[in-house]
Design a protein around this ligand. Structure first.
Ligand SMILES: [Zn+2]
Ligand SMILES: [Zn+2]
Length: 238
């Protein structure tokens, strides 16, 4: 039994990502069944081949408002963006993202950042962090793209950006534990996300919770532990 409670899944993909199985309505139903209080719809943008275009993210707040759930599930609007250059700029202009509640970015296959050296990749990510283009760095390890994790964590701490502990990327136990220990030591905030690409994966934190327990990760650094913490970090209203 673990003392850790994650009340919202902050990383979920739908068919809009181009390579995920279920619709926004189906993943919301799954979140209700898992008794989550919230779900963030964070589809891939146009950086990933087949990802959603800007008009989808422009419309997403309307879709989220329209979905009526039985349990009062909070549908949070977001995106998992891609960085397009060393300056840390995102694929979609900020004006199309201004009504979204969570802006995240990470490294994905077949994108600009995937083709770069570790040094350039780290620079680009740090620029996106310090310029506050993003609020969360998704799967900072375990994606197969080398970067200077220490420098990325430091930039996140200095800029009030979170790092994600991603349930689909905890393959290497040492890497996962090292990440948590570094974050705890430096006082870096984390989000926990399933990175679900199919409804069954929504809210599945079974592999994550024992690692938080094992490292005795500071609860106060986990943003999706409470509504209040999410409201304050993401400046959103529940
Ligand atoms: Zn990703
Ligand atoms: Zn993802």
């Amino acid at each position: 039994m673990t003392k850790y409670k994650i009340i919202a899944d902050l990383h979920v993909h739908t068919v809009a990502s181009g390579h995920a199985a279920d619709t926004i309505r189906v993943v919301c139903k799954a979140a209700e069944q898992k008794k989550l209080d919230g779900i963030a719809i964070t589809d891939h943008g146009p950086g990933v081949p087949g990802g959603a275009e800007r008009v989808y993210f422009w419309t997403l707040p309307r879709l989220a408002r329209g979905i009526k759930t039985h349990t009062g599930l909070r549908v949070i609007t977001g995106i998992e963006e891609d960085i397009k250059n060393r300056k840390g700029e995102l694929m979609i202009p900020a004006v199309f993202l201004k009504d979204l509640e969570i802006i995240m970015a990470g490294c994905h296959p077949l994108t600009w950042i995937a083709e770069q050296s570790a040094a350039t990749r780290t620079d680009a990510l740090i620029n996106a962090i310090v310029k506050n283009h993003i609020q969360v760095v998704t799967h900072p390890f375990g994606s197969g793209y080398d970067l200077n994790l220490e420098a990325v964590i430091d930039a996140c701490v200095a800029s009030g950006v979170a790092l994600e502990f991603n349930a689909s990327k905890v393959n290497d136990m040492n890497e996962s534990l090292n990440f948590l220990e570094r974050c705890a030591q430096k006082g870096a905030s984390i989000t926990v996300g399933s990175d679900a690409h199919v409804a069954e994966e929504v809210g599945d934190f079974n592999r994550i919770l024992p690692l938080l327990q094992k490292t005795e990760f500071p609860e106060e650094l986990i943003i999706n532990r409470s509504k209040e913490a999410m409201e304050s970090f993401f400046k959103l209203e529940w």
